[in-house]
Design a protein around this ligand. Structure first.
Ligand SMILES: *Cc1c(COP(=O)(O)O)cnc(C)c1O
Length: 394
């Protein structure tokens, strides 16, 4: 099997699994308990906090463990909104191609009377710091912009956006779920106030994430309960997952440079090879892009069918995001970059990791053109295009 869907989830690394085992086998005490068996777990919790913090240039007291990226996004955005409302500030700036964990939280706030401004991401699929700067108003209470897009891989100019937010005295949150462990993060240098990350996107376990909150930024508690996470997130800590995530993040950051180089070579080959398919187009920013992300539209092809046929041939890929593949709606990200509905349905996302090889890439390049051809030959729509009854879009 060739796994090329690392933006959906990643295989837990040996280091992550090794780091989890002690908390399942021996150190299973509750970190809140005062006896030694609990305190040993509490030490592990602090150790994980220090390690996660070190990977992003934060201090351990600024790290809050959550159940994943979605919870971290919800908590960051709802906190900033609540804080803003107190001062009469109810304007929020974001982008049109955020993850649904962000967009749906913003929808909820809109219903509560907040004004949400989604910046246009253009044809290339990116935003500039100037766009953010122009949008900031005296009543803006939050800018939330993702570090890297999960579908088309665009990498946003986060340090520049951070700088204009700092200058405008507006809190800046970034959903860095696709960036953590893949791109360098320094919350100080990049002026980030709130940052979300998720264990299972960098070879850690699922169901665990972290929210970085700059000292002095107030945090709303979403889950009432005990005094865990300094009273900001009730519930007994998921120690195995937290330890696994810390180990995975550390390892991913240590191998980042080497992996990036390898991924860039594989991406180059994939883009070059898939571009040979007639009436196809690369989606997203060709340059400022996650090194392992390739996303193409193939005209006259239906995304789901493409995925099922590739699955039969041993290739795991995705069309849009996993969260939307249950529905027939085209990806909001592809629509945001101006792809027409008809083409947005025929997208293929391949996301590689350091474990993929050039042989995987060559196999993908053998299979995809065959499958695209096969589907086009079955399509009445495609026949109309070939005969000139309908126009080509790509
Ligand atoms: C996967 C993902 C999330 C959600 O993270 P979970 O840990 O699965 O809740 C949020 N944002 C982005 C950009 C993602 O890719």
């Amino acid at each position: 099997m060739i796994y090329a869907d690392n933006a959906a989830t990643t295989k837990p690394s040996a280091a992550a699994i090794q780091a989890m085992l002690p908390y399942l086998e021996d150190v299973w005490g509750n970190p809140s308990s005062l006896y030694q068996a609990g305190q040993k777990a509490a030490e592990g919790l602090w150790d994980a906090r220090e390690r996660v913090a070190a990977c992003i240039g934060a201090s351990p007291r600024e790290i809050y463990f959550t159940s994943g990226g979605s919870e971290a996004d919800n908590q960051a955005i709802l906190s900033a909104a609540r804080q803003g409302a107190r001062k009469g500030k109810k304007h929020i700036i974001s982008t049109a191609f955020e993850h649904h964990a962000v967009l749906h939280t913003l929808n909820r706030l809109e219903k509560e009377g907040f004004e949400v401004e989604l910046l246009d991401v253009g044809r290339v699929g990116n935003v500039t710091a100037q766009q953010v700067e122009r949008a900031i108003r005296p009543d803006t209470c939050l800018v939330t912009a993702m570090y890297a897009n999960n579908e088309i891989g665009s990498v946003l100019p986060i340090a520049d956006i951070g700088a204009v937010c700092r200058a405008g005295k507006v809190p800046f949150h970034t959903d860095a779920v696709q960036a953590a462990g893949h791109l360098p993060i320094d919350v100080q240098a990049q002026n980030i106030d709130l940052l979300s990350l998720s264990g299972h996107k960098f070879h850690g376990p699922k169901g665990v994430g972290a929210l970085y909150v700059r000292r002095g930024i107030p945090l709303l508690n979403l889950i009432e309960g005990g005094a865990q996470e300094r009273g900001k997130r009730g519930g007994t800590e998921n120690m195995p997952a937290i330890a696994g995530m810390a180990a995975a993040l550390e390892e991913s950051c240590a191998h980042m440079e080497r992996n990036t180089e390898k991924l860039l070579a594989m991406r180059r080959r994939l883009v070059e090879g898939l571009s040979q398919i007639p009436h196809s187009a690369l989606n997203g920013d060709p340059v400022n892009r996650l090194p392992g992300n390739v996303n193409f539209c193939f005209e006259g092809v239906e995304g789901e069918s493409l995925l099922l046929l590739l699955d039969d041939r041993g290739i795991c890929a995705s069309s849009g995001s996993a969260c939307t593949s249950g529905s027939l709606d085209p990806s909001h990200v592809l629509l945001a970059i101006g792809r027409p509905h008809e083409v947005a349905h025929g997208s293929l996302r391949l996301t590689l990791c350091g474990e993929n090889t050039m042989e995987d890439v060559e196999e993908i390049l053998r299979q995809v053109p065959q499958v695209v051809d096969y589907l086009r030959n079955m399509s009445p729509l495609w026949k109309d295009k070939l005969s000139g009854k309908r126009a080509f879009v790509l």
